[in-house]
Design a protein around this ligand. Structure first.
Ligand code: MTE
Ligand code: MO
Length: 409
């Protein structure tokens, strides 16, 4: 990883320092250092507690639409209210096709069978005795940003792009388990199946399964949340959310993909000519500005930190550029450390708003050299039949009164 010490750019920071009071207006200028704010009476605070909670002043929640079948639904991460790159587990987006099962880890097992020399039924405790790893990866539903594909233009960043989250996952490499079972030479695919009511099952090529797929039991330092697949889930770094099978109970080694409904009628991308892209596993590089974003209101001309997230299923983010004039000119944003492969990366950009209409956009490049495309380029190759895999450049419109709305047209 790169040097962690803050970079020393005295001339630049000094200029910001001198400009800041004026830029923020009277709020800062009035704040002359005289004495510390008066202390409240010294009443005792709340007592210690067995499990943490957030301040009652914090209101961010997962958004979802009321539906007749809430078990077959999704909720979204409030991206505009998160900091850094880790999504709090309580705000991780959810996508369930058959509700959240209530699984006792003492009785749950993972069976590996099919084209192996030694089929094995693993208990959760047995998996936890094996060498563990922790890695930070994003997880994005391929249906994320679908509203923006045909111009539905959702009102805020959560509704438009909140089907992506990023966690530190802890577990064992799937390769460790597969080696124990000794995959036969003709074992070229695996099928991973969940223990939920819909038994969601997806096929994954054995090369990926042996390379970097995790069987996770930990999320952000504690056990997986039930909504994320407790007690065991498959984490397939950089690949579409759907193949990250939750509540995994069975892995069968096959000599071909199983062609489940989840990879034929669903999660294929119907093209303009009626053919379909199938096994569109990789999530291509994408970025979105999270603040300011739809629903925010800027307090007047001056300096604002523009910030957002960028990620690529094919590697690490190498660069993020930001535009305030609908993509006519671009400036490099700052990437906050750490910038990790297949994880959200946080970018920031200090913007001096002149108080006039503006269109904010971000455009990322990953370390394969791939550049996030404009929506027109995507539609040109994919047509308008499918909503999946929309990684196009996104826009927020800033009006002269400071209001921020969806700028996608
Ligand atoms: N068993 C099972 N696994 C599943 C699903 C499901 O409904 N059942 N949903 C999939 C989809 S479509 C996505 S996008 C991700 C969502 O993971 P999350 O709910 O932890 O965000 O899980 C995938 N794995
Ligand atoms: Mo999904």
């Amino acid at each position: 990883m790169a040097d962690q010490t803050p970079s020393a750019t005295p001339s630049r920071s000094r200029r910001w320092f001198l400009g800041l009071g004026a830029a923020l207006g009277s709020a800062l200028a009035a704040c002359r250092p005289t004495q510390a704010p008066p202390l409240e009476p010294r009443a005792l605070g709340a007592p210690i507690s067995p499990y943490g909670s957030r301040s009652r002043f914090e209101k961010a929640t997962r958004f979802f639409r009321p539906t007749t079948i809430p078990e077959e639904a999704s909720s979204r991460t409030p991206l505009g209210d998160t900091y850094g790159i880790i999504t709090p587990s309580s705000l991780h987006f959810e996508r369930h096709h058959g509700g959240v099962p209530d699984i006792d880890p003492a009785t749950h097992t993972l069976t590996i069978h099919g084209l192996v020399e030694r089929p094995i039924v693993f208990t959760v405790d047995e998996i936890k005795r094996l060498p563990s790893i922790s890695r930070i990866f994003f997880l994005e539903c391929s249906g994320n940003s679908a509203s923006e594909w045909k111009g539905a233009a959702e009102v805020d960043v959560q509704r438009a792009h909140g089907l992506t989250s990023c966690s530190e996952w802890t577990g064992v490499w799937l390769s460790t388990l597969l080696r124990e079972c000794a995959v036969r030479p003709n074992g070229t695919w695996i099928l991973a199946e969940g223990a939920d009511a819909c038994k969601l099952a997806r096929s994954i090529p054995i090369a990926k399964a042996m390379h970097d797929v995790l069987i996770a039991y930990g999320q952000n330092g504690e056990a997986l949340r039930p909504e994320q697949g407790y007690p065991l889930r498959v984490i397939v770094p950089g690949w579409e959310g759907n193949v990250n099978v939750k509540w995994v109970r069975r892995i069968k080694v096959l000599d071909q993909p199983a062609m489940t409904r989840w990879e034929t009628s669903k999660y294929t991308d119907l093209l303009a000519d009626g053919s379909a892209r199938q096994f569109t596993f990789d999530m291509d590089a994408k970025s979105v500005i999270t603040r300011p974003s739809g629903g925010d209101r800027l307090a007047g001309a001056g300096i604002y930190e523009v910030t957002g997230l960028a990620w690529s299923g094919r590697g690490a983010i190498a660069r993020v550029e930001v535009s305030a004039d609908a993509g006519r000119t671009w400036t490099d944003a700052t990437l906050q450390e750490p910038v990790l492969p297949r994880a959200h990366a946080r970018f920031t950009w200090s913007w001096r708003w002149d108080g006039r209409d503006a269109i904010l956009q971000s455009r990322c490049t990953d370390d394969t050299g791939y550049v996030q495309p404009p929506r027109t380029d995507l539609v040109a190759v994919r047509g308008l039949n499918s909503n999946y895999h929309n990684n196009a450049i996104q826009s927020w419109k800033i009006a002269a009164d400071g209001s921020v709305t969806n700028g996608n047209v």
